[in-house]
Structures are given as structure tokens and as C-alpha cells.
Design a protein around this ligand. Structure first.
Ligand code: HEM
Length: 424
């Protein structure tokens, strides 16, 4: 995975962060980031559409500076690369694309449900779920780790928080794949780059699957309105945001969809990348298995290494300067978190996967800004419990086939990770 030796430099004129094809092999992205950090850390990346492009920030310091300055670098013109106009924004905006007071009010609706303390209450449930997931998978001997373990586990956690039946998780996984996989022909109903996607311009990620998520969410909302439930949906429908402005139908739809996609694939890919890194670094695996007390710190290295979200975008609200380059009002500015996580200025030997690393200052969840991942404590606990439960169960684990990746410059995803295990 994620180059474990220093990547070969790449000629600047071959670099194209807008080209999803270059993200398929698991090596080229790291070569692009490595070269850019050295040669052009605030790089102007043209895009296929006329007069289109973005500033690519590849250094840790510049990413942090932009993430923590939402007045200059707004999320309200959207956080993915797509150009959106006012009419699309009005319909598609979620928590993630809201700034200022309204953002705080929306975020506070669910903040309490995601604090480390609230999340710790899930500990027993998570451990039971992890044990069941692993026992089912490991009994097969040879299996696809993504399908049997990494995909199955986070969605069941989410199902619990949403209080929906376990049999719905297959549907939720399928929706997440089709929505976030909108640049991958294996997943997308309509490829984002295709002319046909224009028909779905008012839907999140231009994905028709969004409509199914909306319908599902609305049904839950209708059943829970006025009830006593403490699940996330009940919270959204029965509490008014602190600014006194109730959720509109679009607000609810988009919040619900954000929860379904944000809590699903990200954690899945974090777990898969960690598994792959451990497969490729058996001494690290043994270190951990011999001393599970290393796990809390190791999880931070897992997150740095995995970098499941390659980037988020901002838009400059005024002329500004980043890393010595002049940015003009209206320019798109893209924080390449994955690159920040390999920055030599911050991490010693950034290309070595080292579970004994301390004080890992990764930007995997963003850093220092108002949009800092709401689910970070949950993701951390899920990862920790997953590997605390997995390692003692196995005597040996090996790669049993080809690793397949998601075609996307947005999520750093693994589609298939065949493994063979010998039980302890
Ligand atoms: C925001 C990454 C897991 C819910 C974000 C952001 C990143 C991110 C990079 C934007 C940060 C910024 O702009 O500063 C990840 C990764 C995860 C993960 C890598 C797993 C390893 C989760 C989980 C949930 C979740 C489990 C919830 C169930 C959210 C939400 C936001 C968010 C709701 C938007 C917050 C806002 O706009 O205020 N995440 N996330 N995430 N994440 Fe996560």
C-alpha cells in the first residue's frame, strides 16, 4: 500500500491530481505528492473544464493554515472539486458545506452523541460486534478482508447509532459505494465525469443513489418525529438547532446522507489500509501483538498511514497568500491531507510504517478547523478495538491475491484485500 519506501520523483508535467486514473495503482499518488511538496508545494492544477483548476496544497503547514481559517477559505462553495452554482448549493448543502453560526448550530445537534465519553459507552457493543465479525470471517480461512471485515463493521456501528435493523446494512453499504464511488466504473450508476451526470447535478455527488438514501431517511424521520428516541435520527427531527431555525427538508436529507457516507467508507478504508500495512510489515504486527498496550498510539500511526480521505476543497473569499503564493478571491484551494501525512518537515522517515511512533500529528481528520471530523473519537475507538481483537486471534496472516483499489482522487479506498489466516 501507500509506498513504504521513498517514492520515485515524477516529472511535474506528468502530475495530474485531477485525473482519477492516476489514483488506481496505490503508488502514483504518493509520487505526485512527494514531488509537489519538494518542487511546487502550492501547485496550480488545471482541470479538464475550460478556465478551471485548483491550488493543490501538499505541505502539512499550509493545509493546517487553510483548514483553520474558514473566513478566508470557505466551505460554502463546496468541499469537493465539482463546480457548483447557487441553485445547486441551496439544495445540496450539508453540515460540511455550511460555515459560521449556522454550522455551529447544526453541528451542536449531534455533538454530544460523538464526544469521547458518549462514544466510550459503545465500547462493550463494539467489542461484541468486532468479535462476531472476526469470528465469522476468520472461520473461512481464506477470504476478502474488505468484504468480510472492514466493510461490515463500521456500517453496523452506524446502524446502531441510527437505530436501524441489522439487515439494512447491506443496503447502506451499497448506497455508500455507489455515492462515494462516483468515479469508479465498478460502483457508479453514472460516472461523475460523464455528460450524463449533468442530469443529476442537484443530487449529492451527482449520484442517483442519493435519492434512495433520502427516501430511507425520510421514512425513519416520519416514524420518529415526536417520539422519545435517542438515536441520531430522533435527535435531528426532535431538536431545534440552537440558532432557532428548524431543519428544512434539504437540511435533514443532506445531514442524514452525510452521516451514512462519512461514517461508512472512511473507517472501512482505514481498517483495510492498516491490515495491508501490517501484512507487509510482519515485525510491526508482532510488536503490537506482543504488547497491546501500544495500541492507542499505534492507532494514530494507522490513521496517518491510511489517510482514507485524500482531500477536501475550500474556496478563497478574498485575495490571500499561502506558502508564498498569491491566491485570488474565488480560487479553489485543495488540502491534500494524504500528502500532509507524509511531510518530511513533520514526520521523521514518513514512508516507514512505525507503530511505535509517538505524538503523530496527522491531518487525517483535518486539523484545527471547525469542520474537524465529528466522528473522530468513534473512528479511533473502532480501529483500536478492531486490531485489539484481531491480533490475538491469528497466528499468521498473508496476502492471498491482488489488492484492488477504488478509482478516486477523493477516497483512498481498497476494494478487495484477499487474505489467508491461520488461527492462533
Ligand atoms: C468531517 C475524515 C470517520 C462524520 C471529516 C473531515 C475529514 C474526515 C477529513 C473534514 C475535516 C475538515 O475539513 O477539517 C474522516 C476519516 C474517518 C472519519 C478519515 C475514519 C477514519 C467518521 C465517522 C463519522 C464521521 C465514523 C460519523 C459517523 C463526519 C462528519 C463530518 C466529518 C459529520 C463533518 C463535520 C463538519 O462539517 O463539521 N471527516 N472521518 N467521520 N466527519 Fe469524518
Amino acid at each position: 500500500t501507500n509506498a513504504s519506501t521513498t517514492p520515485e520523483p515524477m516529472p511535474l508535467d506528468e502530475i495530474d491530481l485531477a485525473d482519477n486514473d492516476l489514483f488506481l495503482d496505490g503508488e502514483t499518488p504518493w509520487r505526485m505528492f512527494h514531488t509537489l511538496r519538494r518542487e511546487d508545494p502550492v501547485h496550480w492544477q488545471p482541470e479538464p473544464a475550460p478556465n478551471s483548476g485548483f491550488w493543490a496544497l501538499t505541505r502539512h503547514a499550509d493545509i493546517v493554515a487553510v483548514d483553520r481559517d474558514p473566513r478566508t477559505f470557505t466551505s460554502t462553495r463546496f468541499t469537493n472539486l465539482e463546480e457548483v452554482d447557487d441553485s445547486q448549493i441551496a439544495i445540496r448543502r450539508s453540515l460540511l458545506e455550511t460555515d459560521g453560526l449556522r454550522h455551529g448550530a447544526l453541528r451542536r445537534l449531534l455533538q454530544k452523541q460523538f464526544t469521547p465519553r458518549a462514544i466510550a459507552d459503545y465500547g462493550t457493543f463494539l467489542r461484541g460486534l468486532t468479535a462476531r465479525t472476526l469470528d465469522n470471517a476468520l472461520a473461512k480461512g481464506t477470504f476478502d478482508f474488505v468484504h468480510e471485515v472492514s466493510a461490515d463493521f463500521p456500517i453496523n456501528v452506524l446502524a446502531k447509532m441510527l437505530d436501524v435493523p441489522g439487515e439494512d446494512t447491506e443496503k447502506l453499504i451499497d448506497w455508500g459505494n455507489r455515492i462515494i464511488g462516483n468515479t469508479d466504473p465498478d460502483y457508479a450508476d453514472v460516472l461523475l465525469e460523464s455528460a450524463e451526470s449533468e442530469r443529476y447535478r442537484d443530487l449529492p455527488f451527482r449520484s442517483p443513489a442519493s435519492l434512495e438514501v433520502f427516501a430511507y431517511g425520510r421514512e425513519l424521520a416520519a416514524a420518529r418525529r415526536g417520539g422519545e428516541g435517542t438515536d441520531l435520527v430522533s435527535r435531528l427531527v426532535n431538536h431545534c438547532p440552537s440558532d432557532g431555525v428548524p431543519l428544512s427538508r434539504h437540511d435533514f436529507d443532506n445531514y442524514f446522507l452525510l452521516l451514512v457516507v462519512a461514517g461508512n467508507e472512511t473507517t472501512r478504508h482505514a481498517i483495510s489500509h492498516t491490515m495491508l500495512a501490517l501484512l507487509r510489515n510482519p515485525t510491526q504486527l508482532e510488536l503490537l501483538r506482543d504488547d497491546l498496550a501500544l495500541m492507542p498510539d499505534a492507532v494514530e500511526e494507522f490513521l496517518r498511514w491510511a489517510s482514507p480521505v485524500y482531500h477536501f476543497r475550500r474556496t478563497a473569499t478574498r485575495d490571500a497568500e499561502v506558502g508564498g503564493r498569491r491566491i485570488r478571491e474565488g480560487d479553489k484551494v485543495v488540502m491534500w491531507f494524504a500528502s500532509g501525512n507524509r511531510d518530511e518537515a513533520v514526520f521523521e522517515n514518513p514512508y516507514s510504517f512505525d507503530v511505535t511512533r509517538r505524538g503523530v500529528d496527522h491531518v487525517t481528520f483535518g486539523k484545527g478547523g471547525p469542520h474537524f471530523c465529528l466522528g473522530n473519537a468513534l473512528a479511533r475507538l473502532e480501529m483500536r478495538i478492531m486490531f485489539e481483537e484481531l491480533l490475538p486471534r491469528i497466528a499468521d496472516i498473508r496476502l492471498a491475491g491482488e489488492v484492488r483499489r477504488v478509482r478516486s482522487n477523493f477516497v483512498n479506498g481498497i476494494k478487495e484485500l484477499p487474505v489467508t489466516v491461520t488461527l492462533a
